[in-house]
Design a binder for this molecule. Structure first.
Ligand code: OSB
Ligand code: MG
Length: 391
Protein backbone atom coordinates (compact mmCIF):
# COMPACT_ATOMS: atom_id res chain seq x y z
CA UNK A 1 0.00 0.00 0.00
CA UNK A 2 1.22 3.44 -0.97
CA UNK A 3 1.52 6.10 1.70
CA UNK A 4 -1.75 8.03 2.08
CA UNK A 5 -0.28 11.42 1.36
CA UNK A 6 1.76 13.11 -1.30
CA UNK A 7 2.07 16.62 -2.61
CA UNK A 8 -0.50 17.95 -5.05
CA UNK A 9 1.41 19.16 -8.09
CA UNK A 10 -1.50 19.80 -10.43
CA UNK A 11 -5.01 21.06 -9.73
CA UNK A 12 -7.67 22.08 -12.21
CA UNK A 13 -11.23 23.34 -11.85
CA UNK A 14 -13.54 23.11 -14.83
CA UNK A 15 -16.97 24.46 -15.53
CA UNK A 16 -18.43 22.11 -18.09
CA UNK A 17 -21.61 22.39 -20.20
CA UNK A 18 -23.75 19.28 -20.05
CA UNK A 19 -26.80 19.86 -22.27
CA UNK A 20 -29.79 17.89 -20.98
CA UNK A 21 -31.73 15.72 -23.45
CA UNK A 22 -34.89 17.27 -22.03
CA UNK A 23 -35.80 20.00 -19.57
CA UNK A 24 -36.05 18.74 -15.98
CA UNK A 25 -39.36 20.08 -14.62
CA UNK A 26 -39.90 20.18 -10.85
CA UNK A 27 -41.65 22.07 -8.08
CA UNK A 28 -38.78 24.59 -8.04
CA UNK A 29 -39.09 25.32 -11.76
CA UNK A 30 -37.50 24.24 -15.02
CA UNK A 31 -33.87 23.22 -15.42
CA UNK A 32 -33.05 23.51 -19.10
CA UNK A 33 -29.38 24.47 -18.97
CA UNK A 34 -26.97 22.37 -16.94
CA UNK A 35 -23.36 23.24 -16.20
CA UNK A 36 -21.35 21.33 -13.65
CA UNK A 37 -18.04 21.87 -11.87
CA UNK A 38 -15.21 19.33 -11.98
CA UNK A 39 -12.12 19.19 -9.80
CA UNK A 40 -9.01 17.33 -10.94
CA UNK A 41 -5.93 16.86 -8.76
CA UNK A 42 -2.66 15.03 -9.42
CA UNK A 43 0.04 14.25 -6.87
CA UNK A 44 3.80 13.99 -7.23
CA UNK A 45 3.62 10.20 -7.58
CA UNK A 46 1.35 10.67 -10.61
CA UNK A 47 -1.87 9.51 -8.91
CA UNK A 48 -4.96 11.52 -9.75
CA UNK A 49 -8.43 12.20 -8.41
CA UNK A 50 -11.58 13.61 -10.00
CA UNK A 51 -14.52 15.11 -8.11
CA UNK A 52 -17.76 16.83 -9.16
CA UNK A 53 -19.53 19.75 -7.48
CA UNK A 54 -22.96 19.40 -9.09
CA UNK A 55 -24.85 22.56 -8.09
CA UNK A 56 -27.51 23.59 -10.61
CA UNK A 57 -27.09 26.62 -12.89
CA UNK A 58 -29.80 28.54 -11.02
CA UNK A 59 -30.47 29.28 -7.31
CA UNK A 60 -33.98 27.74 -7.34
CA UNK A 61 -33.19 24.36 -5.73
CA UNK A 62 -30.76 25.74 -3.13
CA UNK A 63 -28.82 29.03 -2.92
CA UNK A 64 -25.65 27.65 -4.51
CA UNK A 65 -25.29 27.81 -8.28
CA UNK A 66 -22.71 26.51 -10.75
CA UNK A 67 -21.07 29.96 -10.75
CA UNK A 68 -20.92 30.41 -6.99
CA UNK A 69 -19.64 26.86 -6.62
CA UNK A 70 -16.94 27.35 -9.24
CA UNK A 71 -15.87 30.58 -7.49
CA UNK A 72 -15.73 29.07 -4.02
CA UNK A 73 -13.77 26.07 -5.28
CA UNK A 74 -11.27 28.25 -7.17
CA UNK A 75 -10.93 31.01 -4.58
CA UNK A 76 -11.15 29.09 -1.28
CA UNK A 77 -11.86 25.37 -1.16
CA UNK A 78 -8.91 24.18 -3.24
CA UNK A 79 -6.50 26.56 -1.54
CA UNK A 80 -7.57 25.35 1.90
CA UNK A 81 -7.38 21.72 0.79
CA UNK A 82 -3.76 22.27 -0.23
CA UNK A 83 -3.01 23.31 3.36
CA UNK A 84 -4.27 19.99 4.76
CA UNK A 85 -1.72 18.14 6.86
CA UNK A 86 -2.05 15.08 4.61
CA UNK A 87 -3.95 13.90 1.54
CA UNK A 88 -6.29 11.98 3.84
CA UNK A 89 -9.81 13.17 2.88
CA UNK A 90 -10.68 13.63 6.57
CA UNK A 91 -7.79 16.09 6.94
CA UNK A 92 -8.98 17.84 3.79
CA UNK A 93 -12.47 18.15 5.29
CA UNK A 94 -10.98 19.69 8.42
CA UNK A 95 -8.87 22.09 6.34
CA UNK A 96 -11.97 23.29 4.43
CA UNK A 97 -14.15 23.53 7.55
CA UNK A 98 -13.76 27.35 7.90
CA UNK A 99 -15.98 27.62 4.80
CA UNK A 100 -19.59 28.19 5.83
CA UNK A 101 -22.29 26.58 3.72
CA UNK A 102 -21.20 26.15 0.09
CA UNK A 103 -21.67 22.43 0.53
CA UNK A 104 -21.38 21.62 -3.16
CA UNK A 105 -17.98 23.29 -3.47
CA UNK A 106 -16.56 21.52 -0.41
CA UNK A 107 -18.05 18.17 -1.46
CA UNK A 108 -16.56 18.36 -4.95
CA UNK A 109 -13.04 19.03 -3.67
CA UNK A 110 -13.38 16.35 -1.01
CA UNK A 111 -14.57 13.81 -3.59
CA UNK A 112 -11.44 14.39 -5.66
CA UNK A 113 -9.31 13.56 -2.59
CA UNK A 114 -11.29 10.36 -1.95
CA UNK A 115 -10.67 9.27 -5.55
CA UNK A 116 -6.99 10.13 -5.13
CA UNK A 117 -6.78 8.25 -1.82
CA UNK A 118 -8.46 5.28 -3.46
CA UNK A 119 -6.00 5.34 -6.35
CA UNK A 120 -3.04 5.50 -3.95
CA UNK A 121 -4.28 2.71 -1.71
CA UNK A 122 -5.34 0.40 -4.54
CA UNK A 123 -8.69 -0.13 -2.80
CA UNK A 124 -12.04 0.84 -4.31
CA UNK A 125 -13.60 4.02 -2.94
CA UNK A 126 -16.52 2.01 -1.54
CA UNK A 127 -14.13 -0.02 0.62
CA UNK A 128 -12.38 3.13 1.87
CA UNK A 129 -15.78 4.44 2.96
CA UNK A 130 -16.55 1.17 4.76
CA UNK A 131 -19.12 -0.14 2.29
CA UNK A 132 -19.42 -3.67 0.97
CA UNK A 133 -22.49 -3.88 -1.31
CA UNK A 134 -21.47 -4.49 -4.92
CA UNK A 135 -24.69 -3.22 -6.48
CA UNK A 136 -27.16 -0.46 -5.75
CA UNK A 137 -30.93 -0.56 -6.31
CA UNK A 138 -32.07 2.32 -8.49
CA UNK A 139 -35.27 4.30 -8.91
CA UNK A 140 -36.28 6.83 -11.54
CA UNK A 141 -37.01 10.47 -10.68
CA UNK A 142 -39.68 11.54 -13.17
CA UNK A 143 -39.77 15.11 -14.39
CA UNK A 144 -43.24 16.75 -14.46
CA UNK A 145 -44.61 15.95 -17.93
CA UNK A 146 -46.94 17.71 -20.36
CA UNK A 147 -49.60 15.03 -20.05
CA UNK A 148 -50.68 12.18 -17.81
CA UNK A 149 -50.32 9.76 -20.71
CA UNK A 150 -46.66 10.73 -21.16
CA UNK A 151 -46.03 10.08 -17.46
CA UNK A 152 -47.76 6.69 -17.50
CA UNK A 153 -45.74 5.70 -20.56
CA UNK A 154 -42.49 6.66 -18.89
CA UNK A 155 -43.38 4.79 -15.70
CA UNK A 156 -44.20 1.71 -17.80
CA UNK A 157 -40.89 2.02 -19.65
CA UNK A 158 -38.78 2.37 -16.51
CA UNK A 159 -40.55 -0.53 -14.77
CA UNK A 160 -40.01 -2.70 -17.84
CA UNK A 161 -36.32 -1.72 -17.75
CA UNK A 162 -36.12 -3.01 -14.18
CA UNK A 163 -36.09 0.23 -12.13
CA UNK A 164 -37.08 -0.68 -8.59
CA UNK A 165 -38.94 2.45 -7.54
CA UNK A 166 -40.72 5.40 -9.15
CA UNK A 167 -40.46 8.96 -7.80
CA UNK A 168 -42.96 11.43 -9.20
CA UNK A 169 -42.13 15.11 -9.07
CA UNK A 170 -45.20 17.03 -7.92
CA UNK A 171 -46.34 20.65 -7.67
CA UNK A 172 -49.73 22.30 -7.11
CA UNK A 173 -52.07 21.02 -9.83
CA UNK A 174 -49.92 17.96 -10.55
CA UNK A 175 -50.00 15.88 -7.40
CA UNK A 176 -52.90 13.71 -6.23
CA UNK A 177 -54.08 13.27 -9.83
CA UNK A 178 -50.78 11.87 -11.06
CA UNK A 179 -50.30 9.62 -8.01
CA UNK A 180 -53.84 8.26 -8.42
CA UNK A 181 -53.29 7.61 -12.14
CA UNK A 182 -50.02 5.73 -11.48
CA UNK A 183 -51.55 3.66 -8.67
CA UNK A 184 -54.61 2.85 -10.83
CA UNK A 185 -52.45 1.72 -13.74
CA UNK A 186 -49.60 -0.03 -11.90
CA UNK A 187 -51.19 -1.09 -8.61
CA UNK A 188 -49.83 -1.02 -5.09
CA UNK A 189 -46.95 -3.46 -5.52
CA UNK A 190 -44.58 -0.92 -7.07
CA UNK A 191 -42.53 1.29 -4.77
CA UNK A 192 -43.79 4.83 -5.30
CA UNK A 193 -42.88 8.17 -3.75
CA UNK A 194 -43.28 11.86 -4.54
CA UNK A 195 -40.99 14.89 -4.41
CA UNK A 196 -42.51 18.35 -4.03
CA UNK A 197 -39.22 20.28 -4.06
CA UNK A 198 -40.58 22.76 -1.51
CA UNK A 199 -43.52 23.85 -3.68
CA UNK A 200 -46.22 23.87 -0.96
CA UNK A 201 -47.12 25.65 2.26
CA UNK A 202 -48.77 24.25 5.37
CA UNK A 203 -52.04 25.84 4.19
CA UNK A 204 -52.07 23.23 1.45
CA UNK A 205 -51.84 20.28 3.86
CA UNK A 206 -55.04 18.83 2.29
CA UNK A 207 -52.94 17.66 -0.65
CA UNK A 208 -50.72 15.64 1.69
CA UNK A 209 -53.70 14.22 3.57
CA UNK A 210 -55.01 12.99 0.21
CA UNK A 211 -51.57 11.57 -0.71
CA UNK A 212 -51.47 9.79 2.66
CA UNK A 213 -53.94 7.23 1.24
CA UNK A 214 -51.62 5.96 -1.50
CA UNK A 215 -49.03 3.99 0.51
CA UNK A 216 -46.13 6.11 -0.63
CA UNK A 217 -42.61 5.28 0.50
CA UNK A 218 -42.20 8.93 1.44
CA UNK A 219 -43.21 12.49 0.61
CA UNK A 220 -40.01 14.37 -0.18
CA UNK A 221 -39.52 18.03 0.82
CA UNK A 222 -43.18 19.08 0.85
CA UNK A 223 -42.60 22.52 2.42
CA UNK A 224 -40.08 25.37 2.30
CA UNK A 225 -36.43 24.49 1.77
CA UNK A 226 -35.53 25.55 5.32
CA UNK A 227 -38.88 25.04 7.05
CA UNK A 228 -38.15 22.54 9.84
CA UNK A 229 -41.06 23.67 12.02
CA UNK A 230 -43.57 23.39 9.17
CA UNK A 231 -42.30 19.93 8.33
CA UNK A 232 -42.64 18.91 11.98
CA UNK A 233 -46.26 20.14 12.06
CA UNK A 234 -47.07 18.31 8.83
CA UNK A 235 -45.32 15.07 9.88
CA UNK A 236 -47.53 15.00 12.98
CA UNK A 237 -50.59 14.92 10.73
CA UNK A 238 -49.39 12.17 8.37
CA UNK A 239 -48.88 8.41 8.38
CA UNK A 240 -46.52 8.65 5.40
CA UNK A 241 -42.91 9.49 6.23
CA UNK A 242 -41.77 12.94 5.22
CA UNK A 243 -38.34 12.76 3.60
CA UNK A 244 -36.18 15.87 3.77
CA UNK A 245 -33.88 16.78 0.89
CA UNK A 246 -33.25 20.55 0.56
CA UNK A 247 -33.55 21.13 4.33
CA UNK A 248 -30.68 18.81 5.29
CA UNK A 249 -27.37 20.47 4.42
CA UNK A 250 -25.19 19.12 7.25
CA UNK A 251 -25.09 16.33 9.82
CA UNK A 252 -26.40 18.77 12.42
CA UNK A 253 -29.39 19.57 10.21
CA UNK A 254 -30.10 15.82 10.08
CA UNK A 255 -29.84 15.51 13.85
CA UNK A 256 -32.12 18.49 14.37
CA UNK A 257 -34.72 17.21 11.90
CA UNK A 258 -34.81 13.77 13.53
CA UNK A 259 -34.83 15.15 17.09
CA UNK A 260 -37.87 17.28 16.31
CA UNK A 261 -39.58 14.61 14.16
CA UNK A 262 -39.59 16.93 11.14
CA UNK A 263 -38.97 13.85 8.97
CA UNK A 264 -38.84 10.05 9.20
CA UNK A 265 -36.77 9.44 6.09
CA UNK A 266 -33.67 11.15 4.70
CA UNK A 267 -32.42 11.74 1.18
CA UNK A 268 -28.61 11.89 1.43
CA UNK A 269 -26.88 13.67 -1.41
CA UNK A 270 -23.17 13.90 -0.64
CA UNK A 271 -22.88 17.18 -2.54
CA UNK A 272 -25.77 18.78 -0.67
CA UNK A 273 -24.68 17.76 2.83
CA UNK A 274 -21.08 18.92 2.36
CA UNK A 275 -19.35 15.73 1.24
CA UNK A 276 -18.77 12.06 1.88
CA UNK A 277 -17.50 12.42 5.44
CA UNK A 278 -20.67 14.35 6.33
CA UNK A 279 -22.72 11.68 4.52
CA UNK A 280 -21.07 8.96 6.62
CA UNK A 281 -22.03 10.85 9.76
CA UNK A 282 -25.65 11.10 8.64
CA UNK A 283 -25.57 7.43 7.66
CA UNK A 284 -24.43 6.38 11.12
CA UNK A 285 -27.01 8.60 12.79
CA UNK A 286 -29.86 7.18 10.69
CA UNK A 287 -28.72 3.58 11.27
CA UNK A 288 -28.58 4.20 15.02
CA UNK A 289 -32.08 5.65 15.02
CA UNK A 290 -33.60 3.17 12.56
CA UNK A 291 -34.40 5.90 10.03
CA UNK A 292 -34.64 4.74 6.40
CA UNK A 293 -32.24 6.50 4.11
CA UNK A 294 -31.32 6.58 0.45
CA UNK A 295 -28.98 8.37 -1.89
CA UNK A 296 -30.44 11.20 -3.94
CA UNK A 297 -28.96 12.66 -7.10
CA UNK A 298 -28.09 16.03 -8.62
CA UNK A 299 -28.09 14.92 -12.26
CA UNK A 300 -24.36 14.31 -11.85
CA UNK A 301 -22.16 13.09 -14.66
CA UNK A 302 -20.54 9.70 -14.11
CA UNK A 303 -17.79 11.51 -12.18
CA UNK A 304 -20.20 12.60 -9.45
CA UNK A 305 -22.22 9.41 -9.60
CA UNK A 306 -19.06 7.42 -8.81
CA UNK A 307 -18.84 8.96 -5.32
CA UNK A 308 -22.59 8.42 -4.83
CA UNK A 309 -22.29 4.75 -5.82
CA UNK A 310 -19.41 4.23 -3.41
CA UNK A 311 -21.49 5.75 -0.60
CA UNK A 312 -24.53 3.60 -1.47
CA UNK A 313 -22.46 0.48 -0.75
CA UNK A 314 -22.93 1.19 2.97
CA UNK A 315 -25.55 -0.92 4.76
CA UNK A 316 -27.80 1.98 5.84
CA UNK A 317 -28.77 2.77 2.25
CA UNK A 318 -31.81 0.52 2.22
CA UNK A 319 -34.08 2.31 -0.25
CA UNK A 320 -33.42 2.70 -4.00
CA UNK A 321 -31.20 5.59 -5.10
CA UNK A 322 -32.00 8.41 -7.56
CA UNK A 323 -29.38 7.47 -10.10
CA UNK A 324 -30.84 7.78 -13.60
CA UNK A 325 -28.01 6.81 -15.92
CA UNK A 326 -26.31 9.43 -18.05
CA UNK A 327 -27.85 7.90 -21.18
CA UNK A 328 -31.28 8.98 -19.89
CA UNK A 329 -30.13 12.51 -19.07
CA UNK A 330 -27.36 13.47 -21.50
CA UNK A 331 -26.09 12.95 -25.04
CA UNK A 332 -22.93 11.49 -23.58
CA UNK A 333 -21.33 10.95 -20.21
CA UNK A 334 -17.88 12.21 -19.18
CA UNK A 335 -16.81 8.65 -18.35
CA UNK A 336 -16.60 5.71 -20.72
CA UNK A 337 -17.93 3.11 -20.31
CA UNK A 338 -20.76 4.84 -18.50
CA UNK A 339 -22.80 3.18 -15.74
CA UNK A 340 -26.07 1.44 -16.64
CA UNK A 341 -29.07 -0.03 -14.87
CA UNK A 342 -29.18 -3.82 -15.22
CA UNK A 343 -32.45 -5.68 -15.99
CA UNK A 344 -32.99 -6.24 -12.26
CA UNK A 345 -32.76 -2.50 -11.56
CA UNK A 346 -29.27 -2.30 -10.09
CA UNK A 347 -26.13 -0.33 -10.88
CA UNK A 348 -22.79 -2.00 -10.15
CA UNK A 349 -20.58 -0.30 -7.56
CA UNK A 350 -17.20 0.32 -9.23
CA UNK A 351 -14.63 -2.14 -7.93
CA UNK A 352 -11.57 -0.50 -9.47
CA UNK A 353 -9.51 1.84 -7.34
CA UNK A 354 -9.54 5.58 -7.99
CA UNK A 355 -12.68 7.08 -9.47
CA UNK A 356 -13.61 3.62 -10.72
CA UNK A 357 -14.55 4.97 -14.14
CA UNK A 358 -12.41 6.11 -17.07
CA UNK A 359 -12.67 9.87 -17.48
CA UNK A 360 -12.79 11.02 -21.13
CA UNK A 361 -10.71 14.17 -20.97
CA UNK A 362 -11.39 15.07 -24.63
CA UNK A 363 -15.09 15.35 -23.87
CA UNK A 364 -14.36 17.51 -20.84
CA UNK A 365 -12.10 19.79 -22.86
CA UNK A 366 -14.72 20.12 -25.60
CA UNK A 367 -17.37 21.09 -23.05
CA UNK A 368 -15.30 23.44 -20.90
CA UNK A 369 -16.55 27.00 -20.58
CA UNK A 370 -14.15 28.00 -17.78
CA UNK A 371 -10.95 26.50 -16.47
CA UNK A 372 -8.69 27.51 -13.59
CA UNK A 373 -5.35 25.82 -12.94
CA UNK A 374 -2.97 25.83 -10.02
CA UNK A 375 0.16 27.91 -10.46
CA UNK A 376 2.67 25.75 -8.59
CA UNK A 377 5.10 28.57 -7.93
CA UNK A 378 2.63 30.92 -6.26
CA UNK A 379 0.20 28.20 -5.10
CA UNK A 380 -2.69 30.26 -6.47
CA UNK A 381 -5.32 29.45 -9.06
CA UNK A 382 -5.05 31.07 -12.47
CA UNK A 383 -7.99 31.47 -14.82
CA UNK A 384 -7.08 29.91 -18.19
CA UNK A 385 -10.30 30.46 -20.09
CA UNK A 386 -12.14 33.71 -19.79
CA UNK A 387 -14.76 33.40 -22.52
CA UNK A 388 -17.79 32.90 -20.29
CA UNK A 389 -20.09 31.76 -23.04
CA UNK A 390 -23.05 29.55 -22.21
CA UNK A 391 -23.97 26.73 -24.53
O1 OSB B 1 -34.98 17.08 -5.66
O2 OSB B 1 -34.05 15.19 -5.77
C1 OSB B 1 -34.21 16.32 -6.22
C2 OSB B 1 -32.18 16.61 -9.43
C3 OSB B 1 -31.73 17.91 -9.34
C4 OSB B 1 -32.11 18.68 -8.28
C5 OSB B 1 -32.96 18.15 -7.29
C6 OSB B 1 -33.41 16.85 -7.38
C7 OSB B 1 -33.04 16.08 -8.49
C8 OSB B 1 -33.54 14.72 -8.67
C9 OSB B 1 -32.54 13.61 -8.92
O3 OSB B 1 -34.71 14.43 -8.59
C10 OSB B 1 -32.49 13.05 -10.28
C11 OSB B 1 -31.17 12.35 -10.56
O4 OSB B 1 -30.10 12.84 -10.17
O5 OSB B 1 -31.20 11.29 -11.21
MG1 MG C 1 -35.61 16.06 -3.91
Amino acid sequence: MTEPSARIVKAEVYEVAMPLLKTFVTGFGDTSSRHTVLIHIVDDDGFEGWGEAPALDHPFYLPETTSTTYSIVVEYALALSLQATSGDPRDVVRAMSPIRGNTFARAGVEAAYWALASARSGQPMSALLGGSAVRVAVGESLSIADSMEETLEEVALRLSEGYRRIKLKIRPGWDVNVVRAVRERFGHDILLQVDANAAYTLDEADVFHALDEFELLCIEQPLGYDDFEGSQALQRQLETAICLDEAIRSPSDARRALDMDACRNINVKPARVGGLVASLEIHDLCVKRGIPMWCGGMLESGIGRSANLALCSLPGFTQPADMSPAVVLYEEDLVDPTYLVDPEGYIAVPQASGLGFNVVTDRITARTVRLAVLDQRTQTMREETTDHFRI
